[in-house]
Design a protein around this ligand. Structure first.
Ligand SMILES: C[S@@+](CC[C@H](N)C(=O)[O-])C[C@H]1O[C@@H](n2cnc3c(N)ncnc32)[C@H](O)[C@@H]1O
Length: 218
């Protein structure tokens, strides 16, 4: 049978019927080497947040510290898109951005060394099955990347409400030659308070223990 030409009544079938996600164009970091100053502008200190989720910490931190820049990396497109749009809506887009990327992939491309003044990782790694271990963020591979990026004297906050996660995270940093712990092993409060992550704020309201670890780059 001869091919039937496309007409307005019989359009060519599109390759996929699945609609594009409204978040498909969430900003992503360049695929080449990245200079932090090209991404978050100005000369203020830089906060790097890994996995901001709904972004409460980044927004509260920006509001409390208008002299700081914030670079957030969130693997989920929806969360990343929403946080970046909220930063823009508050007029902070020059100094605060969120990108939809896997922090484990992009951190090695970010520089220059020592260009981050503080880093925050709040309640990471919400996976408990062995087959999900490949998703973990706070691994032995992350610590040397943060040691490279954080300037001497800069702080890294890692906090969780999961005791066995805290027990695993602590020695990764405390035993790395570039870091010293400011807690024994935990600290009472975040050095970045009153800015709180979404999970942190819920834990505080619910009276749940939060295991906060703060490490200073030697
Ligand atoms: C349990 S949530 C905590 C969210 C937020 N930090 C808080 O405390 O409310 C963990 C977050 O890390 C993000 N995440 C997981 N793996 C990541 C990766 N490789 N790179 C960047 N973000 C990641 C998740 O998408 C999620 O938003």
């Amino acid at each position: 049978m001869a091919d039937t030409p496309d007409t307005p009544d019989s359009p060519a079938r599109p390759p996929s019927r699945r609609p594009l996600s409204p978040y498909h164009d969430a900003p992503k970091l360049p695929t080449e080497p990245i200079t932090i100053g090209d991404i978050v502008k100005g000369d203020g200190p830089v906060m790097l947040e890994i996995g901001p989720g709904r972004g409460r910490f980044a927004l509260e931190f920006c509001a409390a510290r208008p002299d700081w820049r914030v670079l957030a990396i969130e693997i989920r497109r929806k969360s990343s898109h929403i946080l970046d749009a909220r930063m823009r809506a508050r007029g902070w887009s020059e100094r605060a951005r969120c990108f939809a990327d896997d922090a484990r992939e992009v951190l090695p491309r970010i520089g220059p060394d020592g260009s981050v003044d503080a880093a925050a990782i709040h309640f990471p790694d919400p996976w408990w099955k062995a087959r999900h271990n490949k998703r973990l963020v706070v691994t032995d591979a992350l610590v040397p990347e943060l040691a490279r990026l954080v300037r001497p004297g800069g702080l890294v906050l890692v906090q969780t409400d999961v005791p066995h996660r805290a027990e695993a995270y602590y020695p990764r940093f405390a035993e790395h030659p570039a870091f010293e712990s400011l807690g024994n092993p935990y600290v009472d409060d975040s050095p970045f308070a009153p800015a709180r992550s979404n999970r942190e704020a819920i834990a505080i309201v619910d009276g749940l223990p939060v295991y906060r670890m703060v490490f200073r780059r030697k």
